[in-house]
Each structure stands twice: as C-alpha cells, then as structure tokens.
Write a protein that binds this ligand. Structure first.
Ligand SMILES: [Zn+2]
Length: 389
C-alpha cells in the first residue's frame, strides 16, 4: 500500500480497517513548547497562537506524529467561566500569579473541613452567579481558535488537528474543589446541577466554535467509571450526566458526526470502567487509555470496547520519562503486536508526557511504527512484560 496521509491513516484506523501502518499520536503540546522555546518561556505558554500552532506543526511535520491536539492543559473551560463570571483566578496569566490560595499548603483535615482551600464557588448562591463563557471572548479559547486555524492552514488537511471538550465533573472540580463537588452531588444536588448547567452550556459553545475553526475531533476526560467501578457508577443517579453529559457528547456526534476520544486519566486500573463506556459506544468511538496493565490491558480494552478504537498506553513516567530508548522500543513493539492487528489502535503514551521527556524517547516511539507497525502485523503473543490486569 502506498503511504497514506496522517488524516487518511487515522480515519481508516477508526473505521476498523488496517491502514498502511499503525498511527502514532502525541499529547505533547507543552512538551513541544519546551523543546521549541525552552522551559523558561512557560510564563507565556499558550498566550500566543502563532507559537502554539508552531508546536502542533512541528510535532506533525518535524517529529512525525500523526496528530497533535490543540489543548494546552485542562484549565481552558474553567478559566473562561471564571472570567465570564467576573471571578479572579490565578492560572491564565502565570506572570501575574500571586499565590494567595492555600490549596497545596493546607495542613488541616479536609474530611472535617468542608471548605478547605479556597475554591471559587462555595455554595448555591455563588453558583447562581456563574455565567456561561463565550468562546470568542473569554479565557484562552480565542487563542486556541486562532491556533487551530493557523495549524490547519499549515497542515493542509494532511494531519488532523484535535480540539478539546470538557465534561461537567472536570470543570466542576476546578470551580468548586473536588471534595466539595462530590459532597454537593450527595447533599446539595441543586448546587451541583447549577454548576453543571453552566459548564455544559459553555462546553457546547466551545465545541461549536472549535468545529467552525476546523478541528477533526475532540479529546475529553472520563473521570469516574474506572475509579468507582461500573456497577456503582450506574447506580448513582447524578454521576453519568456529570462524567459524560449526553446533552454535550451525543449532541456533538448527532449534529456534526465528530468523534470524541475519551481519556480515562488514571495511574490505576481502567478495566472497571468498561461496562459504563460500552453504554457510550453509539456516539463515542475512541478511548485513550492510561498505562496500568500495559499492552495486555489495552488489548482487552480493544476487545471489550469494539468497535471503538483504542489509543495508548506507554507508561509516560517509567518508560517515556525515565526509560532508555530501548525500553521505549520494547514497550512499543509489545503494544503494536498485541493491539495492532485488525486496526483500531493508535500508539502513544498513556497520558501527557513530562516536559523533561528525552527527545530520543519520543523519536523512538515514532520510529517504532515505521519499523514494526507496517500492516499486515503478525501477532506475537510472547512478552517479557507480565500481565497485571
Ligand atoms: Zn491522563
């Protein structure tokens, strides 16, 4: 087969066909920024669409990944809602950051202290004052929209540019504090749902704006199913809409046929979430899995979550950051052999890679799909890595 473009390769993979080779992805826009502009430049990180777009373009064209997402970190929606609501928040402009919030220094017992730290939203009255954000006005979304347009122009459709779409639980945790959010879900559902409503409205508008700017799909998080277990999750009336609002993700699929890749962010096992994620399969067709359980766990995810595509799951710390290039290569070979046959697999790390990840390790990951990932791939069941699943 002649070489495909990255867009064609990822599309074929998602459709359950074997492309020319296994695609490889990088959730590494901040790592790319550190490579291009140095770690000292993080005071300006993601403030400049030209430089941010260059990270995506460089990752695709120079490093050789098949896609780099245009999501700088997990605070974009949270910051925009805070700004729209007239609340001060520290993380948008790091150079203006004044560390007055005691989150990380708190020395009390958070179980006894419902309002430990200092979240932006403490109660229903404050939640009622929250306003949905405008993607063209608030936080860094205007910068991201410009970034997406610039990257698309340079990549000319040969590489797909991914956007991001935040679920309610994620932004709720940032606005309310995670402990307080879970307490509200139990004891003050109106408080929680008032916040949820603002997040879902904002995320819908942010999604539409990114689609207009030309993204090819979304990345989002699923936080709870694997952590609490599918059975508990489905019994709890508030959690499904919080973790994965149908009003957002099903709508995106039904209206625009754009897929959302769900990242089950965790350093622990993800398999307890399978039964929940199976209920998402009518509108969600790719899952980006963390490293726990290695290639065997990802192969089981691919079987359980068929016909969805699975992405991952090289250990971002022990292999990508601290490992040698030969450790990276070994992990890639195992993943390609166990998850590659039949398509529906994209090689990559199990989460964002650290800023100090050696460039040789990223390059080894990318080279491995050229060396070992050409289809047809023979399955090799022998593995040095024991299954921990
Ligand atoms: Zn993660």
């Amino acid at each position: 087969m002649s070489e495909m473009t990255s867009s064609q390769r990822l599309m074929a993979t998602a459709m359950g066909k074997e492309p020319d080779r296994v695609p490889v992805f990088g959730v590494f826009i901040d790592w790319a920024w550190a490579q291009l502009y140095g770690k000292d430049s993080f005071l300006e990180y993601s403030d400049d669409p030209e430089r941010l777009a260059e990270c995506i373009i460089w990752g695709c064209k120079e490093m050789g990944v098949d896609s780099v997402g245009a999501f700088p970190d997990v605070c974009v929606t949270f910051e925009a809602i805070a700004e729209a609501s007239g609340l001060s928040y520290p993380s948008l402009k790091w150079k203006d950051f004044i560390p007055t919030h005691p989150h990380r220094l708190y020395g009390g017992d958070p179980v006894k202290e419902p309002l430990y730290g200092n979240p932006l939203v403490h109660n229903l009255e404050e939640a009622k004052k929250l306003k949905p954000a405008d993607p063209y006005k608030h936080g860094r979304m205007p910068i991201l929209l410009k970034t997406i347009e610039l990257a698309n122009k340079a990549l000319q459709g040969e590489w797909p540019v991914g956007g991001s779409c935040d679920a309610a639980i994620h932004v709720g945790g940032e606005l309310m504090g995670w402990t307080q959010m879970f307490m509200a879900m139990e004891k003050d559902v109106e408080f929680w749902q008032t916040v949820q409503d603002v997040v879902v409205k904002t995320s819908c508008e942010f999604a539409k704006a990114q689609i207009k700017a030309g993204i090819a799909g979304f990345m989002s998080h699923s936080e709870l199913p694997h952590k609490v277990g599918s059975e508990d999750f489905l019994k709890h009336p508030v959690w499904p809409e919080a973790d994965h609002p149908a009003a957002l993700f099903k709508k995106i699929w039904d209206e625009f046929q754009l897929d959302t890749t769900l990242h089950a962010c965790s350093i622990g096992p993800f398999e307890p979430g399978f039964d929940v994620w199976k209920t998402y399969l009518d509108h969600c067709h790719s899952f980006f899995m963390p490293e726990c359980g290695g290639a065997d766990a990802l192969a089981r995810a691919k079987a359980e979550l068929a016909p969805a595509m699975v992405m991952g799951n090289i250990d971002p710390v022990n292999v990508m950051l601290h490992g040698t290039p030969s450790d990276v290569e070994e992990a890639c070979i195992e993943l390609i052999q166990k998850c590659g046959p039949g398509g529906r697999f994209v090689l990559g790390p199990g989460c964002m890679v650290g800023l100090d990840t050696p460039v040789e390790n990223i390059q080894t990951m990318i080279n491995s799909v050229h060396k070992y990932g050409k289809y047809p791939i023979k399955s090799h069941p022998t593995s040095k890595r024991p299954s921990t699943g």
